[in-house]
Ligand binder design. Structure first.
Ligand code: GLP
Length: 241
């Protein structure tokens, strides 16, 4: 794995955006695996700036998001659908029919998950996967477990995740308890994987994930095995390693 250590969140965002822009310019029909959460917001801003300056064209790009809450309306302001629209999609020329996010409105988990696996397969896999990391080591919503779940599945969110995500909702009670997430397989099969992390609160989990054993108890640890994995993190997030 490669670690790019930078000073602060702004530098994390610039580096991340540059890698994504480089990927799209190199391969205009790239398949991007995209993430939500606080970590990628700055990178998406930089990408929008580059788009407005005519530096990139998304018309051939396909985007496949990692996850979505189960039982949330698409237009709920905290759905990952809305997040992606607000932070990226409505500002660039990605085609609507090239955008994929698990369907959180459909409560039939089996149907949603098998459909999403097909979408990933039909896209031919992911060229560049962007990830954040949860405080419990989750990637997407692959929560700590006794085994790595390969395919798209429905998860019960952990207490740590519900606690961390309540900042986005009016109260903790409103945080959905379940989510659909891409499995571990398409993530590790992505040609390139980029993880972004910033802030002191990520330091412990970064240490566990990348200096500890590879274990499904810390899902991000699997990335130690990936042949082209880059962690872009600020000094605070890297302060324990
Ligand atoms: C969320 C998302 C993840 C994200 C993580 C960290 O719950 N499902 O994809 O990476 O938690 O979020 P943040 O970047 O806000 O710390």
């Amino acid at each position: 794995m490669r670690i790019i250590k930078v000073k602060n969140y702004d530098e994390v965002s610039v580096k991340t955006a540059n890698l994504i822009l480089g990927q799209v310019n190199l391969k205009p029909d790239a398949v991007l695996g995209l993430a939500t959460g606080g970590s990628p917001v700055g990178a998406y801003k930089k990408i929008v700036e580059a788009y407005n300056n005519g530096e990139v064209d998304f018309s051939g790009v396909t985007t496949i998001n990692l996850d979505e809450y189960r039982g949330i309306k698409r237009n709920h302001e905290q759905s990952y659908w809305s997040f992606m629209q607000e932070n990226l999609f409505k500002h660039v020329n990605v085609r609507e029919d090239h955008i994929f996010i698990p369907n959180g409105e459909n409560l039939n988990s089996e149907e949603v998950c098998r459909e999403y696996d097909k979408i990933i397969e039909n896209a031919g896999g992911i060229d560049m996967q962007l990830l954040g990391i949860g405080l419990d080591g989750h990637i997407g919503f692959n929560e700590p477990a006794d085994h790595f779940e390969k395919n798209t599945h429905c998860v019960e969110l952990t207490e740590s995740t519900i606690e961390a995500n309540k900042r986005f909702f009016e109260s903790k009670d409103e945080v959905p308890r379940q989510a659909y997430t891409m499995g571990i397989l398409p993530i590790v099969q992505a040609k390139k994987v980029i993880m972004i992390a910033n802030g002191k609160n990520k330091a412990d989990i970064i240490k566990k994930a990348f200096t500890g054993p590879v274990t499904p108890e810390v899902p991000a640890s699997i990335l130690q095995m990936h042949p082209d994995f880059t962690l872009i993190a600020d000094e605070d997030a890297l302060s324990e390693i």
